[in-house]
Design a binder for this molecule. Structure first.
Ligand code: ZN
Length: 166
């Protein structure tokens, strides 16, 4: 671990001072941390309580030891909890993906079958709508709750830096 920061300072002040000592702009710093610049700004302005793994990335990049009131056990426990939530959400996301394909195939079948559209369309539309609602609610980062994109290859959240896998 690097230089210990003054515990009298707020977390945001500690980060800002350490960043300036390293002569990094917010943009450069955000880049090195693989974090969104808005996240860095919010942390430095004490607008958010960053997740512990985000703090660890910051400490690594700035070579400092930030003063926080949490210990390592709390950290790994918290991280594990978030990863478990992510796994559950990923399963839900896979289910909605399969459901969407199934609905498309069913729709195609119904169109080709010649069954009048007004009989099945409202039902199918409702199912599509429900599927999208579930995606919108569930496919979010457990760390910052932002909507996630790619389901298959996503490894970390680009907003808060939460790593979903090691
Ligand atoms: Zn996030």
């Amino acid at each position: 671990m690097g230089k210990k920061m003054d515990h009298q300072l707020t977390l945001g002040e500690q980060v800002k001072i350490a960043r300036k000592l390293k002569k990094l702009s917010q943009v450069e710093f955000a880049d090195k941390c693989n974090l969104n610049i808005r996240t860095i700004q919010r942390i430095e302005n004490n607008e958010v309580k960053p997740r512990l793994f985000t703090l660890r990335i910051i400490e690594e990049v700035l070579d400092i030891e930030l003063f926080t009131k949490f210990d390592d056990d709390t950290e790994s426990e918290e991280l594990q909890k978030l990863r478990n939530v992510f796994e559950k959400r990923k399963q839900t996301r896979m289910f909605t993906f399969i459901a969407a394909i199934f609905l498309l195939v069913t729709t195609l079948f119904l169109i080709l079958s010649g069954i009048p559209k007004h009989i099945w369309a409202p039902f199918i539309y409702l199912l599509f709508f429900a599927d999208f609602i579930v995606i919108g609610i569930s496919w979010r980062c457990p760390g910052c709750n932002c909507l996630l994109g790619d389901v298959f290859n996503i490894k970390y959240c680009s907003k808060c830096g939460l790593k979903f896998y090691d």
